[in-house]
Ligand binder design. Structure first.
Ligand SMILES: Cc1cc2nc3c(=O)[nH]c(=O)nc-3n(C[C@H](O)[C@H](O)[C@H](O)COP(=O)(O)O)c2cc1C
Length: 389
C-alpha cells in the first residue's frame, strides 16, 4: 500500500481530533479546525487607514461570499474534453505501486497539486487560510496565499496570511497583483514575501477582472517591465499566473524572457472573476462573463512556446483532467474554488477532496499504463476536436 492509499484508508491519516472527516464522511466541522487552531482575529489598526485601503478587506469578504453563494463559473468548459487518452487494455501496472510524487522548483511534493491563491486580508480569510495550510501540510503539497496588497496597505492584517507555523515544511507562495508592482520597490516586495515565511512569489495578471471592477486598475502599461525588475532582483522564484482568463503563447514567451520561474496558466472553465465582479456591482454588464482562453488550450499554447515549468489551473475538477494536463506538459495542477468550498467547512474536507482527485489520477494512470509522473508525461493524448470549433 502506498502512502497515499494509506491516507485514504487509515484512520490515522487526519491528524485532527476528528479523523473521520478525511474519509469522505461529508461536511462536518473538524474539531482541530475549531479548537486547537484558535484563529487570531485581525488586529485593530494603530494608524489611520485610508478609505480606499479600508475597501480592500470588504471587497475580499465579498469575493468569498459571492463565490460561496452564487454560480460564478464559466459556461464554457476548461477544454480538456477535446482530448482523450488511448485506453490500455493491458496496462501491466499495479495501482498500489503508482507513484504520483513529483519535484517542483527543487522541492519534493507528495502529490502534483497546488492550492491556488484564494484569500488573506479579511476576517473570513483567517480560518480559510489556516484550513488550507493544515491540509497542505498533511498532504505535502504547494500552496499560495491570496493577494497581499491588503497587508501592505494595513500591516495589522499581516496575521490573516500567517500560516507558516501550521505548515512549516510546505512550498509556500506569497501573492501580489501585477499592476501593484509599479507602486512597490523590490525591497518592499521581498519583505512582504519573507514576512509570511514564503518560499516564492506569485504575481497575478487579472486585466479582465480589473476592467469589470468599479475601483479596478485600468492602466496596464509597464507591467512587463515591473515583472522583469522583480525577477532580476528577487532571491526567490517568481511564478506569474492569470486569474481565470488563461495565458497565450506570446505572453508566455515574454514572461520567460522576463525571467519568471514558472507560469500558471489559470485559464477559463472554472471560476469567472468577471462574473464575480458582475454580482458585486449590479451596474456591471455581463459582457465579459465568458472572457478567456480555456485552460487546456492555454496550457497547449504555453507548452509549445516556452521551456518553463507550467501549472494547469482554472476549472480543474477531476483526476482524469489532472492526468490530461500532466500528459500535456503541466508540472502541477492547481485548484481554487472547490478548495474554498471545502476549507470553509474544515481542513479535513480539503484533504478529503484532494485525496479523491489523487486516487482518480492514479486510476487514470493505471488505465494508460503510466506508473509515475515521468511516465505520464510521455503518454500521447488524442485530440478529438480543435478549440476553433
Ligand atoms: C474567492 C477567491 C479569491 C481569489 N483571490 C485571488 C488572489 O488574491 N490572487 C490570485 O492570484 N488569484 C485569486 N483567485 C483566483 C484563483 O487563484 C484561480 O486562479 C481561479 O479561481 C481559477 O481557479 P478555479 O477555477 O479552480 O477556481 C481567487 C479565487 C477565488 C475563488
Amino acid at each position: 500500500m502506498t502512502a497515499l492509499e494509506g491516507k485514504r484508508f487509515s484512520k490515522t491519516s487526519c491528524r485532527s481530533q476528528d479523523a473521520e472527516h478525511c474519509m469522505g464522511k461529508g461536511p462536518v466541522r473538524c474539531a482541530a479546525d475549531s479548537i486547537d487552531a484558535g484563529p487570531p482575529k485581525p488586529r485593530a489598526p494603530t494608524q489611520p487607514i485610508s478609505a480606499k485601503s479600508r475597501q480592500i478587506p470588504r471587497r475580499k469578504n465579498e469575493h468569498i461570499s459571492i463565490c460561496l453563494k452564487k454560480d460564478v463559473c464559466f459556461r464554457k468548459t476548461n477544454g480538456f474534453e477535446r482530448y482523450d487518452f488511448n485506453h490500455k487494455a493491458l496496462p501491466e501496472v499495479n495501482l498500489a505501486d503508482i507513484d504520483i510524487s513529483t519535484t517542483f522548483l527543487s522541492k519534493h511534493l507528495s502529490l502534483p497539486f497546488f492550492i491556488e491563491a484564494l484569500c488573506g486580508g479579511s476576517s473570513k480569510s483567517i480560518q480559510i487560510n489556516r484550513n488550507l495550510a493544515r491540509a497542505a501540510a498533511e498532504l505535502n503539497i504547494a500552496m499560495g496565499v491570496g493577494s497581499q496588497r491588503a497587508m501592505l496597505k494595513n500591516p495589522e492584517l499581516t496575521n490573516t496570511y500567517q500560516i507558516r507555523e501550521l505548515a512549516p515544511a510546505i512550498l509556500l507562495f506569497g501573492n501580489i497583483g501585477a499592476t501593484q508592482l509599479s507602486e512597490l520597490n523590490t525591497e518592499t516586495i521581498i519583505n512582504m514575501v519573507q514576512t509570511i515565511g514564503a518560499d516564492g512569489l506569485v504575481i497575478h495578471l487579472n486585466a479582465a477582472q480589473e476592467m469589470c471592477q468599479p475601483e479596478g486598475d485600468t492602466d496596464w502599461r509597464n507591467v512587463y517591465f515591473n515583472i522583469q525588475r522583480v525577477c532580476a532582483q528577487s532571491p526567490f522564484p517568481i511564478i506569474v499566473k492569470e486569474s481565470g482568463c488563461g495565458i497565450d503563447a506570446e505572453t508566455a514567451r515574454n514572461l520567460a524572457s522576463a525571467g519568471v520561474a514558472c507560469i500558471d496558466v489559470a485559464g477559463a472553465g472554472g471560476t469567472s472573476f468577471t462574473k464575480v465582479e458582475a454580482y458585486r456591482d449590479k451596474q456591471n454588464s455581463q459582457t465579459f462573463d465568458e472572457w478567456g482562453i480555456p485552460t487546456a488550450e492555454s496550457l497547449k499554447r504555453c507548452r509549445q512556446s516556452v521551456d518553463l515549468p507550467l501549472i494547469a489551473s482554472g476549472g480543474m475538477r477531476t483526476g482524469i483532467e489532472c492526468a490530461k494536463a500532466i500528459a500535456m506538459g503541466a508540472s502541477l495542477v492547481g485548484f481554487a474554488l472547490p478548495l474554498l468550498q471545502a476549507a470553509i467547512r474544515s481542513h479535513c474536507d480539503v484533504v478529503s477532496y484532494l485525496l479523491q482527485i489523487a486516487n482518480d489520477l492514479k486510476k487514470t494512470m493505471l488505465l494508460v499504463g503510466a506508473k509515475d509522473i515521468a511516465a505520464l508525461k510521455q503518454v500521447a493524448l488524442l485530440q478529438l476536436s480543435s478549440y476553433a470549433i
